[in-house]
Design a protein around this ligand. Structure first.
Ligand code: K7E
Ligand code: CUA
Length: 652
C-alpha cells in the first residue's frame, strides 16, 4: 500500500462555522440556536442530494490537483516507519464488499495481512479446506459485505481475544480469533435481514455482541404480508460473544442503522433513519426527526427470564417487544435520519450524527439512567447538546482530551469540536465549540481515532475513510480506490499526513495500540489448536499420528491421504486413487521455523491451501479426472521450493 507525503492543501478553516444571518430558531429542540442558511435542508433538497445519479458528488467536490511533492525538507513525515521497524498500532480494517478483514500497520498504513471472513480466498484456501468449510457452513454464499470490525472488550479496554464483524449482504456475524487472526465462527441472524451496525459490549466484558438488522421485513419472512409494509418489523440482536449463540432479540419500531454500547454495561443504543416505516426514499426522509433507541439490558434480561417473549417461525430465539410504550426501551427523537452513534471514552455521553441534519445530538448516559428511573418527563430530556457542525455528519471519534471529530460527508471535511463547549452552548452560553475544519479527499464516511472507542483513547491518530479518491492516485480504470487518510491529531490542530488508497469499500476500522495485541498473536500454531481439532480427531480414529505418519487409508470409496510437509518435501512422493474416489488430503507442516509456510496445490483441481508451521490443513475432493496430477507447494519455502512436488495417480 503506497502513501504520499504531507498534503500542502490541508486547510485550517477559521472556526467557527459562519452564521450568515439567517436566524431560524431550531425546530429541533427547545434551546434556541441560530441556524445558518445551510443548516436545515428541506426534504426536496435532500431528495436531490439523495439522488446519487444526479452527480451531486462531482458537483460538490472541488477537485484539487494531486500534490505528489516530496518531503524535500529532510524532515521525516510523521507517519515514517523505517525499514525493519514495527508500527506502533494495528489497524483493523473492514474489507467492505470483499468480505474480508485487513490488518494494517499504523502510522505507516502498510497492509500486513488479509483475513478472509465471508469470502473465499485461494491464497490460504478459505472456502476450500475442510477447516474453513466448518466455519463457513456447507452452502456458504460467495461473499459478504462487512462494515464494522470491533474488538472484544474487558472493562472498557481491548482484551485482544476477538474481532467481530457484520455481514450486511447475507445477515450474518463473524468472529475472528486474534491469536491466529483467523475467522472461527460465522452465524446467521434469524428474524432479520441485513445486519449492519455491530458493537461488542464494553463492560463488564464482551459478553454480548449487539447487532442491528437494518431492513424491515414481515415476521416470519416466508411469503406472507409481502406488500403490507405496516406488518414489516426489524429486530435488535444480542449475541453471546463467547458461544456465538443468540441470547435475545428486541422488536423495535422503525429500522435500525448503527449501534453503540455504554461504559457501564447498562445500555446499548441504535440509530433509526426510517421512523416513517416507508419503503421509498422520499418517504424515509419525510420526518424532521427520527430517533435513537436505547435498550435497557437488565430489563430485557429480566423480561426474557420471566418468559415475557415470543418466538418467530422456526427460530427458538426469545424476542421481546421493545416498541413504543415498552419499558425495555427509550426512543429519543433525533434529527434527521441519524447515522453513526459513538460513545465518548470518558463514559459520559453518546452522540448520534444527524446525516441529513447538520447537527450531532449528544445524550448523557446518566440522564438516560434518570429517564428509566422515571425522573425525567420527555425522552428529549436526555439530550445535553446538539452542536451544529456542517453538512452530512456521519460518524464521530474522540481523542480522550474532550474533543470530538465528526465526518461531514457532504462538506467533505472533518470537524473537530469540543464536547463541554457544545454542552455550554446548548445551555445558552455564548461559546464557540468548533475547533477546526479540515478538508479531506473526498467525502468521508467513518473516521476512527487511535484507541478512541476505549477508555485508553490516546488522541494521536485519526483516520478518515473517504469514499472517493477522484484525482488523488494514478488512474486505474473506472472503478477508483477509496482513499483512507491519516491525520495527526496529537497537537492543537489536525494535520493531514498520508493518503492510502484501498480496495473498496472499508466502511470502518479500529486502531489498536500494539501493546493490546502483540503478545497475544501467535507466530506459529499450537498442535492442540481447536481450529483443526476435528481433523486431528479423524486422524486419531484412523490410527494416525499426524506429526510423523505418511499413510493412505482406504475406506470404501473414500480415501484419506495423510502426509507431512517439511521443506522441501512432502512426506509422500506419490499416492494412487481410483477415478471417482472421494479423496481427503491431510497435511501437517512439521517445520518448526517461524514463517516457514508450505502450500498444497493440486494441479487442475482448483485446490490450494496454506499449511503454516505446526498447522494441519485438509481438503476433500472427488478424483474425477484420471491421469497424473502433480501437487506442488505454493509458498516459497526453500531453495528447492520448485522441486517440492509429488504425484497423485488417478486410475481410470
Ligand atoms: Cu456509516 Cu455501514 Cu458504518 Cu458506511 S456505515 S459510512
Ligand atoms: Cu514448501 Cu514451498
Amino acid at each position: 500500500m503506497t502513501k504520499t507525503v504531507k498534503d500542502p492543501t490541508a486547510q485550517i478553516e477559521a472556526a467557527p462555522t459562519k452564521h450568515d444571518g439567517e436566524s431560524d430558531t431550531s425546530p429541533l429542540h427547545g434551546a434556541p440556536i441560530k441556524l445558518s442558511r445551510r443548516s436545515m435542508l428541506g426534504t426536496t433538497a435532500l431528495a436531490g442530494i439523495a439522488g446519487a445519479s444526479s452527480g451531486f458528488v462531482g458537483g460538490l467536490i472541488t477537485s484539487r490537483p494531486a500534490h505528489a511533492q516530496s518531503a524535500s525538507s529532510g524532515n521525516k513525515p510523521e507517519d515514517y516507519v523505517a525499514p525493519g521497524q514495527l508500527d506502533e498500532y494495528y489497524g483493523i480494517w473492514s474489507g467492505g464488499q470483499s468480505g474480508e478483514v485487513r490488518i494494517l500497520g499504523l502510522p505507516s498504513m502498510r497492509e500486513l495481512i488479509r483475513i478472509p471472513v465471508f469470502n473465499p480466498d485461494f491464497t490460504i484456501g478459505w472456502g476450500i479446506t475442510n477447516e474453513s468449510k466448518r466455519v463457513l457452513g456447507k452452502n456458504f454464499p460467495p461473499g459478504g459485505d462487512g462494515h464494522h470490525p470491533h474488538l472484544s472488550f474487558t472493562d472498557g479496554h481491548y482484551d485482544g481475544r476477538y474481532i467481530f464483524i457484520n455481514d450486511k449482504a447475507n445477515t450474518r456475524v463473524a468472529r475472528i480469533r486474534c491469536d491466529i487472526m483467523r475467522t472461527d465462527k460465522i452465524i446467521p441472524i434469524p428474524n432479520a435481514q441485513s445486519i449492519h451496525g455491530l458493537r461488542p459490549q464494553r463492560v463488564p466484558r464482551t459478553g454480548y455482541v449487539f447487532c442491528n438488522a437494518e431492513f424491515r421485513v414481515p415476521h416470519p419472512n416466508d411469503g406472507r404480508d409481502l406488500n403490507d409494509p405496516k406488518k414489516y418489523f426489524t429486530v435488535y440482536t444480542a449475541i453471546n460473544g463467547d458461544t456465538m449463540e443468540i441470547a435475545w432479540q428486541v422488536l423495535v419500531d422503525g429500522n435500525l442503522d448503527n449501534t453503540e454500547t455504554d461504559y457501564e454495561g447498562k445500555y446499548s443504543a441504535a440509530t433509526c433513519y426510517n421512523s416513517e416505516d416507508a419503503v421509498d426514499l422520499a418517504g424515509m426522509m419525510r420526518n424532521e426527526r427520527d430517533w435513537v433507541v436505547v435498550f435497557n439490558i437488565k430489563r430485557i434480561e429480566a423480561a426474557v427470564k420471566a418468559g415475557h417473549y415470543k418466538t418467530i417461525g422456526h427460530s427458538k430465539v426469545p424476542v421481546v417487544d421493545g416498541r413504543h410504550g415498552s419499558k425495555l426501551t427509550l426512543y429519543v427523537p433525533v434529527p434527521k435520519s441519524p447515522h453513526g452513534i459513538n460513545a465518548t471514552p470518558d463514559g459520559k455521553y453518546v452522540t448520534a450524527n444527524g446525516k441529513l441534519s447538520p447537527t450531532t445530538t449528544v445524550m448523557s448516559w446518566s440522564k438516560i439512567d434518570d429517564w428509566f428511573a422515571g425522573k425525567l418527563k420527555e425522552p428529549r430530556d436526555v439530550v445535553v447538546a446538539e452542536p451544529q457542525l456542517g453538512l452530512g455528519p456521519l460518524h464521530t471519534a474522540y481523542d480522550g482530551r474532550g474533543n470530538a471529530y465528526t465526518t461531514l460527508f457532504i462538506d467533505s471535511q472533518i470537524v473537530k469540536w469540543n464536547i463541554d463547549d457544545a454542552i455550554k452552548a446548548y445551555q445558552g452560553q455564548k461559546v464557540n465549540y468548533i475547533r477546526q475544519k479540515l478538508d479531506v479527499a473526498y467525502q468521508p464516511g467513518h473516521n476512527h481515532t487511535s484507541m478512541g472507542e476505549t477508555r485508553d483513547a490516546d488522541g494521536k491518530w485519526l483516520i478518515s475513510l473517504n469514499k472517493f479518491s477522484k484525482d488523488r492516485f494514478l488512474p486505474v480504470g473506472p472503478l477508483h480506490p477509496d482513499n483512507d487518510q491519516l491525520i495527526d491529531i496529537s497537537g492543537d490542530t489536525m494535520k493531514l499526513v498520508a493518503d492510502a488508497p484501498v480496495y473498496c469499500e472499508p466502511h470502518d476500522c479500529t486502531i489498536v495500540h500494539r501493546r493490546f495485541l502483540i503478545d497475544k498473536v501467535k507466530r506459529k500454531w499450537d498442535r492442540g489448536d481447536p481450529f483443526f481439532a476435528e481433523t486431528v480427531g479423524m486422524a486419531k480414529r484412523d490410527g494416525i499420528t499426524l506429526e510423523k505418519d505418511n499413510k493412505v487409508i482406504r475406506d470404501g470409496n473414500k480415501v484419506r491421504v495423510y502426509m507431512t510437509s517439511s521443506a522441501p518435501t512432502y512426506g509422500l512422493e506419490e499416492f494412487t486413487v481410483k477415478k471417482g474416489n472421494e479423496v481427503t488430503v491431510v497435511i501437517t507442516n512439521v517445520d518448526q521455523i517461524e514463517d516457514l509456510t508450505h502450500g498444497f496445490c493440486m494441479a487442475n483441481y482448483g485446490i490450494n491451501m496454506e499449511i503454516s508451521p505446526q498447522e494441519t490443513s485438509s481438503v476433500t475432493f472427488v478424483a474425477d479426472k484420471p491421469g497424473v496430477h502433480w501437487f506442488y507447494c505454493t509458498f516459497f519455502c526453500h531453495a528447492l521450493h520448485l522441486e517440492m512436488r509429488s504425484r497423485m495417480l488417478v486410475e481410470a
